[in-house]
Design a binder for this molecule. Structure first.
Ligand SMILES: [Zn+2]
Length: 130
């Protein structure tokens, strides 16, 4: 089994509903998204997948989040604080989108995990095998 990962970044604002603390106020982050994909077969060039293709796939997803107010995105709205645009929920959102698209790149690829960093010291990981 091989695993490769790419990192992309986007800037976006959010606030956490129902949270008692600084993050209840409107503020922003430069979010870093790390997407890992895995598979067992290498292509004729010795690659699991072309990094460029994986980067383009993730870029196509994060471009909708870039310079946005994340709370306005339907996935994170609806009034339930459980849907807040936290690093955890953003990782879950991106995981679902990557999973939909990865099959189009190669049927042998699977998403291993999506990690979202909201600062250099704090990240959340979503993957399905935990
Ligand atoms: Zn924040």
């Amino acid at each position: 089994m091989f695993e490769i990962s790419v990192k992309r970044r986007f800037a976006a604002a959010h606030r956490l509903e129902g949270y008692q603390g600084q993050c209840s106020a409107l503020h922003g982050h430069t979010w870093i998204v790390e997407v890992a994909v895995a598979g067992s077969g290498l292509d004729s060039c010795g690659m699991l997948a072309d990094f460029r293709i994986i980067k383009e796939t993730v870029d196509g997803i994060v471009t909708d989040l870039d310079h946005s107010y994340l709370n306005d995105i339907v996935f994170f709205s609806g009034g339930d604080p459980k849907n807040n645009p936290t690093a955890e929920n953003i990782a879950f959102y991106i995981y679902g989108k990557v999973k939909e698209q990865i099959i189009k790149i190669s049927p042998g690829l699977m998403v291993r995990g999506v990690r979202v960093w909201e600062s250099p010291d704090a990240s959340a990981l979503y993957r399905e095998d935990l």
